[in-house]
Design a protein around this ligand. Sequence first.
Ligand code: OFO
Length: 178
Amino acid sequence: MIKNKMQDAFNKQIGEEIYSSYLYLSMAAYFETINLKGFSHWMKCQAQEEMFHAMRFFTHILERGGAVALPRIEEPKRKWESSLNIFQDGLVHEEHITDCIHKLMDQAVDEKDYAAQNLLKWFVNEQVEEEDNFTEMVAKLKMIGGDQPSLLLQDKEMAARMPGINPYVGTIPAGTAA
Ligand code: OFO
């Protein structure tokens, strides 16, 4: 059975993950308005992946006899100055999520909650990948600068991201998710 303190912290993290999904959906919408549909697709995939993250905490709480209490989700930003600015914001956000995960791990270690530690190990590794993805895109977009043909080429590359399979909601149709 999950203890109340860990359950509450995981419920808060569900909110963080759903906010991540909201933020990336907002970025996807913005990319669409500036006609970068490949980038928009990439962000939709990212948003779907964040829902998968939220569902991992959701399922873990329920499997351990806890209660899910979904927190209020804030409205995300809607406009950015450039593609680079979007990915810089994404990187700052992922660094914040890494910090949240590390704090959860500290709590799980303090409470000797081995099941929570096991779940969180996956997230610790995932955050290395998440930060790496955004760092790489920030570096690439800095290289591209104002070069429109290179940006369009990158847009094409972004469109190739494969949607993932979310075991909690089933297969996600190509082109619509992560
Ligand atoms: Fe982007 O890793 Fe979850 O939030």
